[in-house]
Design a protein around this ligand. Sequence first.
Ligand SMILES: *Cc1c(COP(=O)(O)O)cnc(C)c1O
Length: 476
Amino acid sequence: MGEQSVDGLFRRAAEHALRFRDGISGIPQKPQVSYLASLKGFREPLPIEGCAGPGVIDELVAKAEPGLHTMTGPRFFGWVIGGSHPVGVAADWLTSAWGQNTGNHHATPAAAAAEAVAGGWLLDLLDLPTESSIGFVTGATVANFVCLAAARGAVLRRVGWDVEGQGLFGAPPIAVLIGDDAHATVFSALQFLGLGHDRVIRVKTDGAGRILTSDFAEVAGKVSGPCIAILQAGQINTGAFDDFEGIIPIAKEIGAWVHVDGAFGLWARACPQRSGLAKGVDGADSWATDGHKWLQTPYDCGYAIVRNEEAHRRAMTTAASYLPPSFEGERDPSHFVPELSRRARGFATWGMIKHLGRDGIAAMVERHCRVAHAMAERLRSEEGIEVLNDVVLNQFLVRFGAKHPGDEADRLTQRTIERIQTDGVCFCGGATWRGGKVMRVSVISWLTDDLAGDVAADAIIAAWRAVRANEASVSA
Ligand SMILES: *Cc1c(COP(=O)(O)O)cnc(C)c1O
């Protein structure tokens, strides 16, 4: 810090943050500059002499802001991105200011305790087995990795193989059953674990991306030996849920470890009107979910939840310290995650659950589902716009120029997405679904309400009409 006081620096950062967040609804919902322009702004030779702190922060803001996306805005529907709620952000500022390396409970009793308590609250909210252990990680990608590491260890231990000690060399093979429409990052987790993203048995799915239970039964019937079955709560494009009540008993019959990727969809469990979608999911062995999606914690935050704490600890703990804690209830955060030195993610999670409460979380999830449904209905009523899925949750897919031949509808959909993004009233991105171009809408920001949904639907319809009018005038 030198002669600079913390006061000047921290207040400055807070002022910049205040201005940014207070203005987010009123600016175009898109970055103002491209990646290359942003790169140009940042690029300079390695600084030889240092700069004063407040100047560094001012310059960072000036260089970064034009290239920031409005991910915290009310009409941002891209990918599946939570809105970094101010309470979570404030807790996260303190987390940084406190500077706790959250490996173990001796070093930082409060950070370890906040995780322990927030973890218990999460199990309660998501209605998962109370004996489960939780690792606070960076997101669902790593949560999937942690859970599948526990799965790998457990299914091999049952056939006498110690994968944590001996690795996979010479190990009995593991059959990995996974739905055709699983999230790409689950395949990444399999890749990191030496299980291979291609060496899986893919199970067929229906039009919404749900595993076909009959196909699962057929495939499971042919499996012998160690097996991991990977299911999904909330398909990234359609929000659909696998048939847990039908599939999990079949998987259990063949001794499989059942893992569920529920990055956002698991939060349906926290909402009485939607929890039926994930009925029976508590019969699984492990679950991956995010804090930075539906719980609105700032980035980054995810949770790896494992029913069998010992399997979890064996997979993650540094060299053989997986034995139960010597004192009742003393939990070291690093025993449940890959990292040793790590951020105290428990504080923001604690803060968000404390702020919203069970009722507030339930109401938010339900509101997002209601807004998604209403937006989809508005779009459906416009000629030429097709919504491709039943809006059971907060995700839906749109195709423009529905009556046109496939490649023509692809082009019109792409044009309309570009138009929507240029207009900047709302932000939606594109994807490919069942071989065709689609626009994805994901309603998951704490700021998004019915009005935001209406304004966005108007903007999407207006963009489509403009594209159509333009087409007509070109062909005339
Ligand atoms: C977002 C998402 C992931 C990946 O989560 P990250 O938080 O980005 O690591 C995995 N699965 C599903 C279904 C998701 O929506």
